[in-house]
Design a protein. Structure first.
Length: 437
């Protein structure tokens, strides 16, 4: 769908947020493609999906090369909020309707997604601020509370470490009296996503992956039973190809970019808070989000900076951060802040799908793609990379079922439709917020 947009995600000029970059591993010794070569598998894209696929492929014995248009983690992976979530965007009942007999497998696999992420962090000793004290989901409305209670009951029946918080306990865990109820899921956590994907890339290179950055793929075509990729003036040949470009897909494969809806997500980070204020906010280290329809996450970073997601233009070129909007929301949530000294704002592209579940495709013989994480990319994309590796190697069952790629009929109108939907969601969230008073 990028081809249908008036603005191309790869044209963004700003780098991932400095607060992430400063704490990430040193850049890898990787450069652009300088001549023709052949690999058993070529992975296009150096984010969570692509690097996870490359690492799992290399560990399975495949000869792998990664081609990244910018740098590892430059796109959405290096700009994500950082929550490692054991759910997809929609609830378990909706997943049951969407996947039918495959639903139980998908739900259980997604619930184990944080185990995969934190297991890789531990295995490869990735320094990425890993915190696994759980995630808090607060009820922003009566309907939101009912949804959280339904989810808590679902996982409690299965022995999951999930519970509802209410009253004084809810206020104590969040550090705010705004919400009357919340759910805490101890399986989740949060990380520095840029450091995580860079650490995965370091592990992949150590496992034998050939990594090239600043190497955008201009064309992809089948030739004599193999795939030919054009990178600058050079030809790269592969037996099999994985496309892992998510919302940053271009015209590499017909219809792929138009099968998702790219939407800008916005992040904000403050200067370090004072010690006494810092101790009053999310004192047990969880990240917080609520049941509103738009981005609402808040967490504290290791040095005491407040990190929040917030509103901003959902399409078009990069814009100035909406400091007033994010400040109004977090100071209402945490009145003890009074006023926040915000230091940096940024944005990145989130790939949405109409039914809010990811897509795993076999586009042609030996050509695979995975995308569409709807804001749940850290765990889901890492899982998708593992699934893509399994498909390439012809091994085992995947967490996400394979589906046919379909170009969205309304792709050309998507930016207008998304803007309209966001205004509607914002109005409904505002109405819920008034009712919270």
């Amino acid at each position: 769908m990028v081809g249908a947009m008036p603005y191309q995600p790869l044209s963004d000029r700003n780098s991932p947020p400095a607060v992430y970059v400063r704490a990430a591993p040193e850049p890898l010794a990787a450069g652009p493609v300088t001549g023709p070569f052949r690999a058993q598998v070529v992975v296009v894209g150096g984010g969570f999906t692509g690097i996870s696929a490359a690492l799992h492929l290399a560990e399975a014995g495949a000869e792998v090369a990664v081609l990244e248009a910018k740098d590892v983690g430059w796109g959405a992976s290096g700009r994500a909020f950082g929550q490692v979530v054991p759910y997809l965007k929609i609830g378990e009942d909706a997943l049951a309707r969407r996947y039918g007999p495959d639903a139980e497998r998908v739900i259980e696999a997604v619930a184990a997604g944080p185990d995969l992420v934190f297991g890789l962090i531990e295995k490869h000793r990735i320094a990425c601020w890993p915190v696994r004290t759980g995630l808090i989901f607060a009820a922003h409305s009566p309907g939101g509370r009912r949804g959280l209670e339904t989810r808590a009951e679902y996982w409690q029946r299965r022995g999951g470490p999930v519970e509802m918080l209410a009253g004084a306990r809810c206020m104590e865990m969040i550090g705010s009296a705004l919400y009357r109820a919340a759910l805490i899921d101890r399986r989740g956590g949060h990380i520095n996503p840029y450091a995580y994907v860079r650490g995965l890339a370091k592990a992949a290179v150590a496992a034998g992956v050939r990594l090239h950055v600043q190497s955008p793929v201009r064309s992809l075509a089948r030739d004599g039973g193999r795939w030919q990729l054009t990178v600058g003036a050079h030809a790269v040949t592969a037996d099999q190809v994985v496309i892992a470009t998510n919302a940053y897909s271009g015209a590499l494969w017909p219809g792929l970019a138009e099968s998702v809806i790219p939407v800008r997500g916005h992040g904000f980070v403050s200067a370090p808070l004072s010690d006494n204020v810092r101790r009053s906010i999310l004192p047990e280290g969880q990240s917080l989000t609520d049941t509103r329809r738009l981005f609402s996450a808040v967490r504290l970073l290791p040095d005491g900076r407040l990190h929040a997601s917030g509103h901003g233009p959902v399409a078009g070129p990069e814009s100035s951060p909406d400091w007033r909007g994010v400040n109004a929301r977090v100071t209402r949530l945490f009145p003890q802040l009074d006023r926040v000294a915000w230091e940096q704002g940024w944005s990145g592209w989130v790939a949405m799908t109409p039914d809010h579940v990811p897509r795993l495709h076999e586009l042609a013989p030996g050509l695979f793609a995975g995308l569409g994480y709807n804001g749940r990319g850290i765990a889901a994309a890492t899982m998708m990379g593992r699934d893509l590796a399994a498909l390439v190697m012809g091994r085992g069952e995947t967490a996400f079922p394979r589906v046919e790629m379909r170009r969205l009929a309304y792709a050309g109108m998507a930016p207008l439709l998304v803007r309209g939907a966001v205004w509607l969601y914002r109005a409904r969230d505002l109405l819920d917020e008034v009712r919270l008073k």
